[in-house]
Design a protein around this ligand. Structure first.
Ligand SMILES: NC(=O)c1ccc[n+]([C@@H]2O[C@H](COP(=O)([O-])OP(=O)(O)OC[C@H]3O[C@@H](n4cnc5c(N)ncnc54)[C@H](OP(=O)(O)O)[C@@H]3O)[C@@H](O)[C@H]2O)c1
Length: 254
């Protein structure tokens, strides 16, 4: 049974990876889904996977672009009631090699981009008395690891932003939750495996196994597993769940 018929969801970074899986899941549940990102071709490909999916190009680091993204989404499918702030980038480096440019990039896209997205979403949701805000943070938003200090700081910021907005919007029918994936089978993991191979000389299987060790179940998470949790958080029966950071990581963090 379709549980999201009549709802409009905007998924940032919906042209690939976890965002694409979330968009498809919500569309299959009956929602009108707008996906966004910078690469038009990727967005066109993903929107072709379901008639309920449309797209708009946008850069979440630019406030004007974020405002236009919501305006275009509104014109295409009505007010946005569900925002999935998923767009993000991951780069790793030791502290010594983390220069200001890398730091600013990690904070700018992952934290400031999420802030700009949720700030604009709140304007569009005000007065509706129902809404769902989901941030896609990371297990790196809950625990630290070496070589990802900038990314991890940004994702911890996303978790803090999520918790604070949950309280701010608690009386307005809007829930705000963070979903925190562990290593998930997308281009981010492909790049991480390539980096491990390059820096350590390990072959692909050994590099992959270095990543799966962080997950007690010994697996890389699939994007559809993250999408299933998001789908539950935006669907019926989740009204009492807000301000949470829900790990999808086979027990890596809690
Ligand atoms: N894969 C993992 O292991 C993992 C684990 C934990 C958390 N996460 C988080 O999950 C989210 C999705 O990542 P993914 O793994 O699915 O990787 P992905 O396939 O690279 O997806 C990231 C998406 O973000 C979009 N994006 C990046 N910068 C943007 C910007 N400035 N403006 C608008 N869109 C932008 C990209 O689209 P364009 O390039 O077209 O702009 C892309 O579609 C990220 O927040 C990531 O930190 C991933």
């Amino acid at each position: 049974m379709a549980t999201l018929t009549g709802k409009h969801a905007l998924v940032t970074g919906g042209g690939s990876g976890i965002g694409a899986a979330i968009a498809l899941k919500l569309a299959r549940e009956g929602a009108a889904v707008t996906i966004s990102g910078r690469r038009q071709q990727a967005l066109e490909e993903q929107s072709g996977r379901h008639t309920n999916i449309d797209f708009v190009t946008a850069d979440i680091t630019n406030p004007n672009s974020v405002a236009s993204m919501f305006e275009s989404a509104h014109k295409m499918a009505g007010p946005v009631e569900i925002i999935i702030a998923n767009a993000g980038i991951a780069k790793s480096a030791s502290l010594a090699k983390t220069d200001l440019s890398l730091w600013n990039e990690m904070i700018g896209v992952n934290l400031t981009g999420t802030f700009l997205t949720l700030k604009e979403a709140a304007k569009h949701m005000s007065g509706a008395n129902w809404g769902r805000m989901i941030t896609i943070a990371s297990t790196a938003g809950i625990k630290g690891s070496s070589y990802i200090s900038a990314y991890s700081a940004a994702k911890h910021g996303v978790v803090g932003l999520t918790r604070s907005l949950a309280i701010e919007f608690a009386g307005k029918g809007i829930t705000v939750n963070a979903v925190c994936p562990g290593f998930t089978e997308t281009s981010i993991v492909e790049t991480t495996i390539a980096n491990i191979m390059e820096k350590t000389g390990l072959d692909e299987e050994a590099a992959r196994s270095a990543l799966t060790k962080s997950n007690p179940t010994g697996k890389i998470i699939q994007p559809e597993e993250v999408a299933a949790v998001v789908n539950w958080l935006v669907g019926p029966g989740s009204d009492a769940v807000t301000g949470q950071s829900i790990s999808v990581c086979g027990g890596e963090t809690w």
